[in-house]
Write a protein that binds this ligand. Structure first.
Ligand code: 6PG
Length: 484
């Protein structure tokens, strides 16, 4: 019997679907799950005439694989991955490859790459996006780690991935934890996109008093234009669902959001690297705030909303158009921030990231897939060394066209007392980014006043430090160059 081309460990839904996808593309797959019952049931029910074989032990799995052995872990991120690596190392031979397809923290993937290298083995940490359906029909795959392993894995990954204009939504991302880093930013952007859609929904529902059906029609319409994306599409679809009593199901869902950590990691990384990824981070906080359900209910009694006169029909129509533009412009800020973060990470960790390639990987298969990513890809195709998305002509025009409606929508939310943390933080970021002068001069003066932290002057070369004795100089500037 021929040997399997790849082994997959972990037969939860994502693992199962990925295995079926591989088998449908003609790859022979050996599978192993901690409990053999699950492996047995999967092989009995799903395999039919597909080239899939079950293994009862890790040793059996390893024996079933052609060399170099490729073993993909589809298990929960964290200690389980390290324990499996511990168990596999003694069973493997030089040049064999372990792939982690979970949502692992990128620093773990960097550590694992180095660890396996020291053992003469290769590690790939890969983002896999697209949920259960994507895994089955074509996910977006973002591999990074030991590039020596890529030629052996590439044919399988590129065959099973989604395609955009015939190109696979999978390419080599970079060394160490680069693949999981890019997946983390993908998920952060996913948080931002979801929050923006939720804010637009909330303004239409609470601020404009629209019915769920009317909002459903708005999202369906938006999905025909520049906002065309998977997340807008599923939002329009899920709003059609009714509960047993005929009421919209969405109204029956408790408004306390969960999270598994990738958005938080994006925020933490942005703080560590000093990149203003405000929209994603606000989206994480918005979930945290939503989780304070009982406290919010109590505060709602204490601080009731003030009455605001309803908008006329034409004003309502204009506000829906404003919301569209606010969502679009905010989304541009979010992606600009996400790309700023990846650029800084690439510089910090010495990774050569291909930004256009990342847009292509996100163009299809993944949760943030959208028409918009085609525009990002084109911007990087036109200028591969583009410093910031906001410097690209296409996005400059889009922001300028949306700007006044964006302000109108945020102002509406503020007067209504409705929270739009993502839209408003995006606008604050934009206003800061386009300001040649910010009040940081005053911050520097304060820091120098109480802590002699020194400051730079606008009329001296950058890097030259000054200090003023603010307390004893009696209001007269007695600043002097500061010797570091
Ligand atoms: C994807 C998703 C996937 C998962 C998120 C959900 O790309 O397919 O992002 O990875 O659904 O981890 O994250 P939260 O539970 O934190 O919302």
């Amino acid at each position: 019997m021929s040997q399997a081309e790849i082994g997959v460990i972990g037969l939860a839904v994502m693992g199962q679907n990925l295995v079926l996808n591989m088998a449908d593309h003609g790859f022979k797959v050996a599978v192993y799950n901690r409990s053999y019952d699950k492996t047995d049931a999967f092989v009995r029910q799903r395999v039919e005439d597909r080239p899939i074989v079950g293994a009862q032990s890790l040793t059996e799995l390893v024996d079933q694989l052609a060399r170099p052995r490729k073993i993909m872990l589809m298990v929960k991120a964290g200690d389980v991955v390290d324990r499996l690596i511990d168990d596999l190392i003694p069973l493997l031979s030089e040049g064999d490859i372990i792939i982690d397809g979970g949502n692992s923290l990128y620093t773990d993937s960097t550590r694992r790459t180095q660890r396996l290298k020291a053992e003469g083995l290769h590690f790939i940490g890969t983002g896999v996006s697209g949920g259960e359906e994507g895994a089955r029909t074509g996910p977006s795959i973002m591999p990074g780690g030991d590039v020596a392993a890529w030629p052996a894995v590439k044919p399988i990954f590129q065959a099973i991935s989604a395609k955009s204009d015939g190109q696979p939504c999978c390419d080599w991302v970079g060394p160490e934890g680069a693949g999981h880093y890019v997946k983390m930013v993908h998920n952060g952007i996913e948080y931002g996109d979801m929050q923006l859609i939720a804010e637009a929904y909330h303004l239409m529902r609470q601020g404009l008093g629209l019915s769920v059906d009317a909002i459903q029609a708005v999202f369906a319409d938006w999905n025909q234009g520049v906002l065309d994306s998977y997340l807008i599409e599923i939002t329009a679809e899920l709003l059609t669902f009714k509960d047993d009593d005929g009421e919209p199901l969405v109204d029956k869902i408790l408004d306390a959001a969960g999270q598994k950590g990738t958005g938080k990691w994006t925020g933490i990384s942005s703080l560590e690297l000093g990149v203003p990824v405000t929209l994603i981070t606000e989206s994480v906080y918005a979930r945290c705030l939503s989780a304070l359900k009982s406290e919010r209910e109590e505060a709602a009694q204490r601080y009731p909303a003030s009455e605001v006169p309803p908008l006329s029909e034409s004003e309502t129509r204009a506000m829906i158009a404003a919301l569209h533009d606010a969502l679009y412009a905010s989304k541009i800020m979010s992606y600009a921030q996400g790309y700023m973060l990846m650029r800084e990470a690439a510089s910090e960790f010495d990774w050569d990231l291909n930004y256009g390639g990342i847009a292509l990987m996100w163009r299809g298969g993944c949760i943030i897939r959208s028409r918009f990513l085609e525009n990002i890809k084109q911007a990087y195709d036109q200028n591969p060394s583009l410093n910031n998305l906001l410097q690209a002509e296409f996005f400059e025009q889009a922001v300028k066209q949306s700007e006044s409606n964006w302000r109108k929508a945020v102002a509406f939310a503020v007067t209504q007392g409705l929270p739009v943390p993502a839209m408003s933080s995006a606008l604050a970021f934009f206003d800061g980014y386009r300001s040649a002068r910010l009040p940081a001069n005053l911050l520097q003066a304060q820091r120098d006043y109480f802590g002699a932290h020194t400051y730079e002057r606008i009329d001296a070369p950058r890097g030259e430090r000054f200090h003023t004795d603010w307390i004893h100089s009696g209001g007269h500037a007695q600043s002097g160059s500061y010797e570091v």
